[in-house]
Design a protein around this ligand. Structure first.
Ligand code: FMN
Length: 305
């Protein structure tokens, strides 16, 4: 799957996918950039800084988007035009619990709602009512957001809760999302980070801090998937599947996530550098399992045996 925020909604990234049937056919689902209730201007520039040895980037986009109404009118129809249609998962963000429900309900009731297969709730965004603390670090909010979103949509739309790694124990928000009724978990979002320009002596990003993604965060993501699979029985039994995200740039990285307990994987930063990544990851995984006369399912959680 595409990781949210790294392939836009329907812009040039999607055109790139359209032009390459091989890359498109390697994708299991398309996850959009985060959509909010109202237009968001985003954070001041610069918004992205590369970190040493190409091990990752720190971004602070600030959820720039035109709001859910514009998304439904101008972006969603274009996602329908894929020659090889993919399930579309809309990533949603909000400043309050109620707003999460409003975005979800708008998507559920819009004219093209049949295009929406799932909603991915981004709980990493700041809760303005609680002084800007990320929702995802407060289990009670995670539970309430998931409950509210579930109540606002039809059962046919799958709900995925995207967890933030900026917590001490990832199983706490994971369990809260499950109590709220999530159908699946995705992890991880970016880790909080910062880069300082030593020649100006100032933080590099316009927003000062941002979120670290790319190869540097893969061991954190693999560990968090491993923890949830190990400690949460619904994950282990496959009732609540985990989508492994964070630093995947090769098929071997993806297999690590599968062996930790993921059922699917998402790729973000690597796609900025290397558009063929989806195809290579898909083919590499396929060869790896087929050479052993096995299916991918045989490897889910293998590291726990
Ligand atoms: C530029 C950029 C924008 C992002 N925007 C979103 C977003 O809107 N919603 C979200 O849930 N995650 C967002 N993410 C997080 C990614 O979906 C992903 O969880 C993270 O980057 C780790 O995966 P990666 O190392 O493969 O990039 C964004 C990441 C990047 C780099």
């Amino acid at each position: 799957m595409t990781a949210s925020g790294t392939s836009g909604h329907s812009n040039e990234e999607i055109e790139k996918l359209q032009k390459s049937p091989e890359i498109l056919s390697a994708l299991g689902a398309f996850v959009t950039k985060g959509v909010t209730l109202k237009y968001k201007k985003g954070n001041p520039q610069p918004r992205i800084v590369e970190i040493r040895s190409a091990s990752g980037i720190i971004n602070s986009i600030g959820l720039q988007n035109n709001g859910v109404k514009s998304f439904v009118t101008n972006e969603l129809p274009l996602l329908f035009k894929f020659k090889d249609p993919k399930p579309v998962i809309v990533n949603i963000s909000a400043d309050t619990v109620q707003e999460f429900g409003e975005v979800a309900s708008f998507l559920n009731n819009c004219a093209l709602s049949e295009i929406v297969s799932g909603l991915e709730i981004n709980v990493s965004c700041p809760n303005i009512k609680a002084g800007g603390v990320a929702f995802g670090t407060e289990p009670k909010y995670v539970e309430r957001i998931v409950e509210t979103v579930k109540k606002s949509i039809d059962d046919r739309i799958v709900v995925i809760t995207k967890l933030t790694p900026n917590v001490t124990d990832i199983t706490v928000p994971a369990r809260a999302a499950i109590s709220g009724g999530t159908d699946a978990l995705s992890m991880i979002n970016t880790l909080r980070g910062m880069a300082i320009d030593i020649y100006t002596g100032r933080p590099f990003l316009g927003n000062k801090t941002g979120g670290l993604s790319g190869p540097a965060i893969k061991p954190v993501g693999v560990f968090m998937v491993y923890e949830c699979f190990k400690k949460i029985s619904q994950c282990k039994k496959g009732k609540i599947p985990i989508i492994g995200i964070g630093g995947i740039s090769t098929w071997q990285d993806a297999m690590e996530y599968i062996m930790a307990g993921a059922t699917a994987v998402g790729i973000g930063t690597a796609w900025f550098i290397y558009p063929e990544v989806f195809k290579e990851v898909y083919e590499g995984m396929k060869n790896f399992v087929e050479k052993q006369n096995k299916k991918i399912a045989d490897f889910i959680g293998k590291a726990h045996a």
